[in-house]
Design a protein around this ligand. Structure first.
Ligand code: COA
Length: 193
């Protein structure tokens, strides 16, 4: 069993994180890089590190310090259709994005742990009223993951839209990370190391 650390990405992680994302786009989704959908992957700093209300979390393989998985959050709601954009307006909606784990690191709880960090981040922000994401029905493991964390709100053309439950609000607790992963966002340190 490997050891992993979950942390907020710093500049030194971005090359690796981008590589994880691009591999998922080509190998898991089969779309490859499409500029109008994936421009955030190129400018990770501008999209996730610089804006105060956005974040990029990575799972680090402690054996070699490489990035095993990524998970991001921003304040953009869905653009269409209109009713969905109204229900999840930008600014009040945290959108979970780029939750990708390298195949050799899957089923070890990394996605769940990274998403827990994102939910804690959204909760700490205080301005998000809901947490939204969309996923491709054919993505390996994706629907099982999101169904365990939230509810389907709509599906069309193989794209499934979810609203995630907020475990902090739902349970009244403030601890959402499994202890073995350790955490704390925004300090830039590798947790538990
Ligand atoms: C979806 C993905 C991110 C899951 O990452 P992961 O680190 O393996 O997920 P976890 O180990 O945290 O699993 C959490 C839960 O998700 C579900 N799950 C994840 N992968 C699954 C699979 N292949 N089959 C069935 N259930 C799965 C399970 O409920 C699992 O809980 P359990 O292990 O206690 O049963 C990963 O498979 C992946 O990168 N897929 C390709 C990219 C993608 O589709 N990303 C989602 C974009 S929206």
């Amino acid at each position: 069993m490997h050891n992993y650390g979950i942390k907020v990405a710093t500049a030194e992680d971005l090359g690796d994180a981008r590589s994880v994302m691009l591999d998922a786009l080509y190998r898991d989704f089969g779309t490859g890089y499409v500029p109008q959908w994936h421009d955030d992957v190129i400018d990770l700093t501008g999209h996730y590190l610089a804006p105060r209300r956005h974040t990029l979390v990575v799972a680090i393989d402690r054996r070699d310090g490489t990035v095993a998985g990524t998970a991001a959050l921003d304040s953009r709601g869905p653009r269409e259709p209109g009713w969905l954009a109204q229900r999840y307006p930008s600014g009040a909606t945290a959108q979970v994005r780029r939750v990708y784990v390298r195949p050799e690191h899957r089923r070890r709880g990394l996605a769940r742990a990274m998403v827990a960090e994102l939910l804690a981040f959204a909760q700490a922000d205080g301005g998000y009223h809901s947490i939204y994401l969309h996923a491709y029905r054919h993505s390996p493991g994706a629907l099982d993951l999101w169904e365990s964390l939230g509810e389907v709100v709509w599906e069309e053309n193989g794209i499934v839209h979810f609203e995630l439950r907020d475990p902090v609000v739902d349970s009244g607790r403030h601890e959402v990370m499994p202890a073995e992963f350790g955490s704390h966002p925004r300090d830039g340190s590798r947790s538990g190391s």
